[in-house]
Design a protein. Structure first.
Length: 658
């Protein structure tokens, strides 16, 4: 009764409830009557409402059709996916959502489903398409399930747009094609589902010859049974890993030839199930390279030891056998500490682990004394150079071990020689200091008495005798200057390191003041901008600038007023000073010789001096931890450069006395 309408009943208490009425005629003696079968469908209505709510929360488009293929119910996702409003779909044949070119085929599939209704994918293995209201088509996936109700049998279709999945699959195919390795994808039954062109090239098969074939077609016959077990085991515990780690793997080409391979496995979870991806690499060249590497180790002059991250020895050469007294077989797979003295083994483990945290080419234990231990227990000094070795099998460390027993013996002799030489130098410096100091008094007497004697003889002696007195006085004065310079060198060598912050501008002003009369007479000029503060001895640094400026002004070209320029630039923890002049210049060879003590490039008549000034400059600079050098060409002036420590620099004792 009221087909298509919602009917309600009313109880005695006035409450209403949904009902379903079935009418049938009844012929009686009293006439024609009607029989009404009334059913309370409150529970059914609730179930239907729950069903609708469930459909609305489903992530897929949900469509319920009856056995005639008429759409009875859809959810909001169906409206969004196909572009139809709900009212335009209800009571329409489901083929409204199927491309017209597929209508006839779809009707047959639909009827077939109701003949054997069960939960399954629709069109398994086929490409399915949906059609939107605007006529556009898109790839879909449909899951079917039967729905038995009081109103009869229906079918529920969960429809999913797989456009993005199709794109991903296409990207996956493209990705496989760009991979440098042969890529093989197999299902859980071990059948090949996808390969790339690198697989075709590597194994010599066409793609069509491999698809749906068992993967063992690519495995040598002698290894196929074993491979089957490994493959089955992988799907029990699928994870990214190397296949057959530690084993030698082989592939088989279409022509039957075999070649060494490396395989990396990774699981691939898809909506179609679980697969395994195998990246296969031909390692023929690597095997050759490994053989060459082993040969190279054998030709190395040092003992070569290769260890893995666990500290296990993987490879040694014959020099290792000779040096440590072990055979190769006794060392392979042993901890490397077997070659280390027992009292150092626990410490060595820590150093070894630390190296693998930051592997790079370097000396092991720089600054430390290292020892090796032979098989017979004897120990000997060694030197070790470490370098990381990256291989497809992981990271290793290569240690080049050298016996330095002879070098140590030579170093001991050299140290003794240096100690004796240092003592001799100290004695010589002490002698020079004492001798030059003690020579000054008698020399002053010679100068004084020769001057007195000369004065007494004025007008009483010949011109030659008078000239001889001049030679005596001039030679004595020159000797006095030489003794003073020698004494100055000794003082610089004995200088204490009590460095302070020195304003080099003040040093320069002091020097310029001392040279004022010389500059005025020659028309010369000393130019400098603001100079930096340095760490050093103010008195000695003033002496350094004074000597260099004296030379710059003294060695001028005839008729050319001297021009001296002082500049400074930052150079790490030091300042590099440059004193440049426009004087006569010197040759490249003389740029080195000029710092030697008593080295004079000109006669005393040409340019006065003792030949010690620049050697004093060199001593002062080196005492401050710096260095000094000259740059010049004859006739083009000279530039003397030297470095001094910045105020923040702390010098080690050996730097200060380099």
């Amino acid at each position: 009764m009221g087909a298509g309408l919602e009917l309600s009943g009313r109880r005695k208490d006035g409450s209403e409830f949904p009902i379903e009425i079935s009418l049938s005629p009844l012929e009686t003696d009293e006439g024609r009557l009607a029989t009404a079968a009334i059913r309370d469908i409150t529970d059914r209505k609730k179930s239907q409402e729950q069903m609708r709510n469930l459909l609305e929360t489903a992530p897929d488009a949900m469509i319920i059709i009856d056995q005639r293929g008429t759409i009875k119910l859809v959810n909001a996702q169906t409206e969004r996916l196909f572009g139809f409003p709900r009212d335009a779909l209800i009571d329409q044949p489901v083929e409204i959502l199927v491309p017209a070119r597929l209508h006839d085929k779809h009707v047959g599939h639909r009827k077939g489903y109701f003949t054997d209704p069960k939960i399954r994918e629709m069109g398994a293995g086929l490409e399915l398409w949906g059609s939107r209201q605007d006529g556009t088509e898109f790839p879909i996936e449909i899951s079917l399930s039967p729905l038995d109700t009081e109103e009869g049998r229906f079918a529920t279709a969960a429809v999913r747009d797989i456009t993005n999945r199709k794109k991903s699959q296409e990207q996956m195919r493209n990705l496989l094609e760009t991979a440098p390795d042969a890529m093989v994808i197999i299902d859980q039954t071990g059948h090949i589902t996808l390969v790339n062109r690198q697989t075709e090239r590597l194994f010599g098969y066409d793609r069509d010859e491999l698809i749906r074939q068992p993967v063992e077609i690519l495995v040598p016959e002698r290894l196929r049974d074993r491979h089957l077990g490994h493959r089955t085991g992988y799907f029990v515990d699928p994870k990214v890993r190397e296949m057959g780690a530690g084993l030698e793997l082989w592939g088989r080409r279409a022509d039957g030839s075999e070649f060494p391979i490396e395989i990396s496995l990774s699981p691939l979870e898809t909506e179609e199930g679980r697969f395994a991806t195998a990246a296969v690499r031909d390692i023929t060249d690597r095997k050759k390279a490994q053989a060459q590497f082993k040969n190279l180790l054998e030709t190395a002059p040092d003992a070569m030891v290769i260890i893995d991250r666990n500290g296990r020895i993987n490879l040694v050469n014959q020099q290792t056998e000779r040096l440590f007294g072990y055979t190769r077989g006794e060392l392979i797979d042993q901890p490397v500490e077997i070659l280390v003295p027992e009292n150092l083994r626990s410490r060595h483990v820590g150093h070894r682990s630390g190296y693998f945290d930051d592997p790079k080419v370097r000396e092991m234990g720089a600054g430390l004394e290292l020892s090796g231990r032979r098989k017979d227990g004897t120990e000997f000094p060694i030197e070790i150079s470490l370098s990381p070795l990256e291989t497809p099998d992981g990271q290793f460390a290569t240690a080049a071990v050298r016996d330095i027993t002879e070098r140590k013996t030579a170093q001991i002799k050299l140290t003794d020689y240096a100690r004796n030489l240092e003592a001799s130098n100290r004695e010589l410096e002490e002698f020079a200091y004492v001798a030059s100091h003690d020579l000054q008094a008698p020399l002053r007497n010679i100068i004084s008495f020769s001057e007195l004697l000369h004065d007494e003889c004025v007008g009483k002696i010949s011109e030659d005798a008078d000239r001889y007195f001049g030679f005596i006085e001039e030679g004595a004065l020159r000797l006095q200057g030489l003794i003073k310079d020698i004494l100055e060198v000794s003082r610089v060598n004995r200088m204490e390191r009590s460095f302070i912050t020195v304003d080099t501008n003040e040093c320069m002003e002091t020097c310029r003041l001392q040279l004022r009369s010389v500059l005025e007479d020659s028309g010369g000029r000393i130019d400098f901008a603001r100079l930096p503060d340095v760490k050093g001895d103010a008195l000695r640094l003033t002496q350094l600038f004074q000597n260099l400026l004296n030379n710059a002004v003294k060695f001028q070209r005839p008729g050319v007023p001297p021009l001296v320029t002082i500049t400074a630039r930052r150079f790490g923890e030091f300042w590099e000073f440059a004193i440049a002049d426009n004087g006569i210049g010197i040759s490249a060879d003389e740029c080195v010789q000029v710092f030697e003590i008593f080295r004079r490039l000109h006669t005393a008549d040409e340019y006065p001096g003792t030949g010690i000034g620049l050697s004093i400059c060199k001593k002062i600079v080196e005492t401050h931890g710096g260095r000094i050098w000259a740059e010049s060409e004859p006739g083009k002036g000279a530039t003397f450069r030297f470095t001094l420590p910045d105020t923040a620099t702390v010098l080690a004792p050996e730097q200060a006395h380099a």
